[in-house]
Design a protein around this ligand. Structure first.
Ligand SMILES: Cc1cc2nc3c(=O)[nH]c(=O)nc-3n(C[C@H](O)[C@H](O)[C@H](O)COP(=O)(O)OP(=O)(O)OC[C@H]3O[C@@H](n4cnc5c(N)ncnc54)[C@H](O)[C@@H]3O)c2cc1C
Length: 472
């Protein structure tokens, strides 16, 4: 690179963290602006908003009704397998995707649908492996999906499926990302709210910020990455009124963390498919689980304002103050899931979280990637419909940034390809010394649990070593 460019990344959820990491590894000077503040000393407030309730690194198995969703998720899963260390799984093994007996009894062939989807996943993986042998991260295509007749300790099971889908622990993700951001020397400015971004006559960008103490200031950047979830669309539209977005649905969802006073012997997520038949039990360790029951969780579903591209106005109120039905919906979730998962018998709710999911259709059974938008040359926008797509989209975003550097003559055309490959390399290639000591690792993870406003128990990992027989 002829001159070091300054890049500003707005938002430090999973999208912003990966954008900052990859841009920094590429040789840019990166400033991250995040409006939240850390509650724990010596940490960055990463993944404190939507990304604090994520549990599944999808394989597409959860989307048996839409092959494109399955393929998009599998692409994400392959790229994530290369990018994240084993630690993020916290001792969890592969998720069990469960087809309900009651759904079969009601005349819906969910088992057949899942079997067909296994073929979609197998075929797509085989194609990806053929395109590039480095994609063969889960072994031979013929063995990546497996059907199991029962899932011990779960009621109402017609069939179970093992695929590359795997539950992870969001607190451990933050622990990894925080360390990696420090290794890259990213300039992380917490408590900084971005009000607007404008394009200057010379093609650079002016970013208007308000610091935690209320002081306003502006930054000038060569390039910007908008990674501020639902707020990104409106900011992008104001930056470039000509940009077109597809119709987007923003769904208000409720998800819970509960305790497990009787423990659990499941070091994996159980995902029972389909609406009233379904629900998720995702133990993070023997003490705490995340649970989700679609009919209780789906609070509202509104389209994004097509003109302003802002999220539905009432959402800001609910996210700040809560929704009047929150408690009742939490109760319904626990009651219903007790019918499938006996370990919830004495569970109590540790935390109820309202979040916004972004989708291209109103149907939650479809979850296609919406990709990365080039807002202007030098300005990108990454909004993730699924956490699982984070590494795939970070790569696309970096390719756009490198292309801008090339177009402005700041980078030689032959440099970009090598830089792209080197910048998307794995995190924690060398495990930090402190992370080898369980008590230090847990202490660091606890700090992130506090930042993320999730139960402190999430800092603990399943003690079991993952058995090879669990691999799909
Ligand atoms: C209930 C629920 C469960 C889910 N479970 C899964 C799952 O299991 N697996 C999966 O793959 N996906 C899941 N998802 C989707 C996943 O949560 C999202 O795709 C992902 O977390 C989005 O990450 P993000 O970085 O785009 O957004 P966020 O994590 O929300 O990050 C945006 C950041 O921008 C910051 N910000 C916003 N405005 C400003 C501003 N003006 N100035 C500065 N900073 C700002 C915010 O503080 C925040 O830190 C789930 C979604 C929901 C709703």
């Amino acid at each position: 690179m002829k001159r070091r460019e300054v890049h500003v990344v707005i938002g430090a959820g999973i999208a912003g963290c990966l954008s900052a990491l990859t841009r920094s590894r590429a040789g840019y000077d990166v400033i991250v602006l995040e409006e939240q503040q850390a509650r724990s000393g010596g940490t960055y407030p990463v993944c404190t908003r939507t990304s604090n309730i994520v549990s599944e690194n999808h394989s597409g198995a959860e989307y048996p009704f839409d092959p494109q969703s399955a393929r998009d998720c599998l692409d994400g899963r392959i790229e994530n397998e290369r990018f994240f260390p084993e630690l993020i799984y916290g001792g969890k093994t592969y998720s069990r995707i469960i087809a309900s007996q009651s759904m079969m009894d009601d005349g819906h062939d969910i088992v057949g649908q899942c079997r067909t989807n296994m073929d979609v996943i197998r075929a797509h993986y085989a194609q990806r492996c053929e395109e590039d042998p480095a994609n063969a991260v889960f072994g031979e295509p013929s063995v990546i999906c497996r059907e199991v007749p029962a899932v011990e300790g779960v009621d109402d099971v017609a069939a179970g499926f093992l695929t590359p889908q795997r539950g992870m622990n969001p607190v451990l993700v933050s622990t990894v990302l925080d360390w990696e951001l420090r290794q890259c020397g990213v300039d992380f400015r917490e408590g900084t709210r971005v009000g607007s971004v404008n394009r200057l006559a010379d093609g650079r960008y002016e970013v208007a910020c308000t610091a935690a103490d209320g002081t306003g200031y502006t930054l000038v950047a060569d390039q910007v990455g908008l990674c501020l979830a639902t707020a990104a669309f409106g900011m992008a539209k104001r930056l470039n009124p000509d940009i077109e977005f597809p119709q987007l649905f923003m769904a208000l969802r409720e998800i819970l963390y509960v305790d497990l006073p009787d423990g659990t012997d499941k070091n994996f997520t159980c995902l029972k498919l389909e609406d009233s038949y379904g629900g998720m039990l995702s133990p993070l360790n023997e003490h705490v689980a995340m649970i989700y029951h679609p009919p209780a969780a789906h609070v509202l579903n509104r389209v994004m304002d097509p003109v302003s591209c802002d999220p539905p106005a009432e959402y800001a109120h609910y996210l700040a103050e809560g929704h009047p039905e929150m408690r009742e919906r939490a109760r319904r979730t626990v009651d219903r899931l007790r019918e499938f998962y006996p370990e919830l018998r004495r569970s109590t709710v540790l935390g109820t979280y309202l979040k916004v999911a972004i989708n291209t259709v109103s149907d939650s059974r479809v979850r296609r990637n919406i990709g990365v938008f080039g807002v202007h040359s030098g300005a990108t926008m990454t909004v993730l419909p699924k956490w699982t797509m984070c590494a795939v989209n970070a790569k696309k975003e970096l390719a756009l940034a490198l292309e801008h550097s090339r177009a402005t003559g700041n980078m030689r055309p032959d440099e970009a390809r090598d830089i792209l490959a080197a910048s998307t390399r794995a995190c924690w290639e060398t495990v930090p010394e402190w992370a080898r000591k369980p008590e230090l690792l847990t202490a660091q993870a606890k700090k992130h649990a506090a930042n993320m406003n999730v139960p402190e128990a999430l800092a603990l990992r399943f003690s079991d070593v993952i058995g090879l027989s669990d691999a799909p």
